[in-house]
Design a protein around this ligand. Structure first.
Ligand code: AMP
Length: 471
């Protein structure tokens, strides 16, 4: 998400465009920008990458003083145009635009309750329930921020939000702080972004992260913060996978550099799983930083062993297993001159279904590597995520079905080592006051949903529990 409350010196649409380009790694299915021109909200959104969806003519048409924007990777609700964001509601108090990152854990119940009272939904995403609640609460609340505050006391789970009313731009983060959200400044304009790399992209300076449970309101009177809205007993639970995979390496989240944390994970892997090898390589992009850390700690030289075609989206996005396997080949190519005759340590950020590591090991062997030692800079995935990380049902997770030895056998790796789960806080320099590692530990910071909205369902809790953990 990206948002700007601007002055006349900056085009909010262009600022959003630059911000979204920097956030493209967070979602590549659809994108959109909503601008507010003295109370009138206009939007443009479509399926596709930011550079495909927007052009000069569209951006020039989107005039205004403030704007919010979004890139989407579907974790709740299908990948269709209606589900793209920002969502714009027109209701009795005017217009309201909303952008949301995260997944609600009580979306199903809220939606059913609203539907029983006559609400008609146009999308299948949980974000629409938030928009509906804010609009409903606004009718009896004195201000839009009060409506947002009341909504936050009804929704549960992960949400970083940007809400744009005719007069105000509001940023809010759920009381657990599952997803990141930060604030910056450029001249007299205030900017919000999911990650700090997007602030730099539009020339803004980082000011601070929005705190868990905080609501920041920007209007003509300036910037106001509301911190006493949510109950204080919620434990901070920033998603640790933001550092492992989601975030861009040049972002800093809640005071910790993504790059440094990834390098630290590599150092930990070198201490936990040392091996005699000639070179260390990383699977682009997120595996590279950890490979540099592994090399520093072990003294084994770092090399570029795999080249990535930067014009192909994340392989995970392909719907079928055959398509996923094929796109690994399209996306990554081995550097034979580096690999031939070498004992190789290769680092990737995670193993989910096992498609990527299987292809990588085979690719390295066919390029002449004599040994392949796989190191993974996260623990094994063994539980579903309900907070916005797209993890398939437990039956598809390779670490649920197979032991380390079995994964080595399946992939052809000589050895395999995952980051030990108890070392996750070490990877974050013991600096964070709380993070969520439920996908690795099964310790969920909130009640997990009994039912989810249609379109992206997990395996189901009963089914999930029948499978025993292997790794
Ligand atoms: P897999 O090939 O199924 O084992 O998935 C692992 C690969 O997908 C790794 O190289 C990761 O970089 C990437 N990955 C992991 N989690 C996700 C996710 N939630 N969404 C998209 N890609 C992911």
């Amino acid at each position: 998400m990206f948002g700007i409350y601007g002055d006349d010196a900056i085009s909010p649409a262009y600022a959003c465009y630059n911000g979204l380009l920097a956030l493209q790694h967070r979602g590549q299915e659809s994108c959109g920008i909503s601008v507010n021109d003295r109370g009138v909200i206009d939007s443009y959104k479509n399926m596709g990458l930011v550079s495909e969806v927007f052009n000069k003519d569209i951006l020039n048409r989107l005039k205004g003083q403030m704007a919010i924007a979004h890139v989407r990777y579907s974790t709740a609700g299908g990948s269709v145009r209606e589900n793209s964001q920002p969502l714009v509601m027109r209701y009795i108090k005017g217009a309201l635009a909303i952008a949301h990152n995260g997944n609600l854990t009580n979306a199903y119940e809220i939606r059913r309750e609203l539907e029983h009272r006559g609400a008609i939904f146009q999308t299948t995403i949980d974000s629409e329930a938030i928009a509906y609640l804010v609009a409903r609460e606004r009718i009896n609340a004195d201000t839009v921020e009060e409506a947002v505050a009341r909504t936050m006391n009804q929704i549960e789970g992960a949400y970083s939000l940007l809400v744009m009313s005719p007069q105000k731009l509001i940023a809010a983060r759920d009381p657990h702080g599952f997803r990141p959200l930060c604030m910056g400044k450029i001249g007299n304009s205030v900017v919000f972004a999911s990650e700090s790399c997007a602030l730099a992209a539009c020339g803004a300076e980082f000011v601070r992260d929005i705190e868990p449970g905080e609501i920041v309101v920007v209007d003509e009177t300036g910037i106001n913060s509301i911190k006493d809205n949510c109950p204080k007993n919620k434990k901070k639970s920033l998603c640790v996978f933001e550092y492992i995979y989601f975030a861009r390496t040049d972002s800093e989240i809640d005071g910790i550099s993504v790059y440094e944390s990834r390098k630290e994970a590599g150092r930990i892997l070198a201490r936990e799983y040392p091996v005699d090898a000639d070179i260390v390589i990383g699977v682009p992009e997120s595996g590279i930083d950890a490979a540099i850390g592994y090399s520093e700690e072990s003294g084994i030289p770092y090399e570029k062993g795999i080249v990535k075609n930067g014009y192909i989206g994340r392989t995970f996005i392909k719907p079928t297993q055959a398509e996923r396997a094929n796109s690994v080949k399209l996306k990554l190519n081995p550097l034979t001159s580096v690999l031939k005759g070498k004992r190789v340590v290769v680092i990737d950020d995670s193993i989910v279904r096992g498609t990527t590591c299987d292809r990588i090991v085979k690719m390295l062997r066919s390029a002449g590597a004599t040994e392949v030692h796989l190191r993974i800079s996260s623990p094994p995935f063994i539980w579903p995520c309900y907070y916005g990380t797209d993890i398939p049902s437990r039956g598809e997770l390779i670490a649920v079905k197979h032991t380390i030895e079995e994964i080595c056998e399946l992939t052809g790796a000589d050895t395999l080592g995952f980051l030990p789960p108890e070392k996750l806080s070490e990877m974050l320099f013991n600096k964070t006051d709380g993070f969520c590692d439920a996908c690795f530990s099964g310790r969920y910071p909130t009640a997990v949903p009994k039912k989810t909205l249609e379109g992206k369902e997990r395996g189901g809790v009963d089914y999930d529990q029948k499978i025993t953990k292997k790794c």
